[in-house]
Design a protein around this ligand. Sequence first.
Ligand code: PMP
Ligand code: GLN
Length: 380
Amino acid sequence: MFFPSKFPTLATTIFAKMSAMAAEHGAVNLSQGFPDFRPPQELLKCIQRHIDSHTHQYAPMPGLPTLRQSIAEMHRRTHNIQIDPDTEITITAGATQALFAVIATLVHPGDEVIVLAPSYDSYVPAIELMGGKGVEIPLSSDFSLPTLEIQKAISPKTRLLIVNNPHNPSGKILSAAEMHFLENLAKANPHLIFLFDEVYQHIVFDGLRHLSAITYPELRKRAACVYSFGKSLNATGWKIGYIVANEPLTREIRKIHQYEVFAVNSFMQAALAEYLPDFDPSVLVTHLQAARNYLQTLLSETRFKPISTQGSYFQLYDYSEISDLDDVLFTEWLVKEVGVALIPISVFYKNPPKNQRIVRFCFAKRNETLQLAAQRLKNL
Ligand code: PMP
Ligand code: GLN
């Protein structure tokens, strides 16, 4: 059977690759971003109740009204903003499908999309599948926004700017000044639309605040914002997320969403709708901040050098005192020979910086898991 490949040079995603290698080599898996502790017990009980009930047939295409209502209410509580659950929220099969639906809605052949590298690996393939072009701008060396470069990259062909905040893989969160810059960018470029990937919205450390794009009127008018329950509820396997966008954009997004998945898992939606009013992100944040600090303490006895992280599940570490191997070779060696799986960050760039020796650790793990990893790394 002969057919032309849509992506002749595209490799399997690094998350599938590293988790498979971790399993094959019996390594401690700190690569793919998932917790090894359970979702909240109350939520699990809620799901059990809904499994025993009658919510097993198709949910409405945009998502269960009760869940959309609970999400709007959650954003009102956390950010004091009103979102119309009927016309501005769509429930998706995780953030990955949400991102895909937004990109498919907005990107036409020949359009340019500005992507800030290192960037989450699903953005550029989705852009290219729609016939668009990902224009990669590297973030500054401290992962802040390269404001001049972004301004210079905007052309009449620029349809979309994708911003991930808190940022994977660096854990950087945008400052008020950076959000202000984006607002001014919106005002100065009326043709520009924004895609905010805010899947780590609740996971922010050291008393800092996540500044959501939805709270900035100029951005909200022209943005789609994407979220994931996988991250906020320690349940990445459930693959439920949502999109917040204004009514005309939501209407177009749903035209794509209805033929990508139609609707998402019904009893999980019902359970989430019931659980969300009790959801308190501070429990998760306290837990993850302690895990981040614990990993730092454990690794302080090694030659891995931490790069500051303010949120997410992740911390970057510089390994240049340990090895001269590039990060892909280093992580392959590490998983096979040392028994710890990490993520090389060069895969999140089209043009990775030369001689960058940085890897990503996922610290959303139990203390025993982090201890075992550190024990294996301590002699490097
Ligand atoms: N965006 C970013 C920045 C991510 O780290 C992830 C992984 N959670 C996703 C999107 C995809 O989320 P989901 O697992 O809900 O598809
Ligand atoms: N978001 C997760 C990470 O960055 C992985 C998501 C996936 O496996 N596709 O590790």
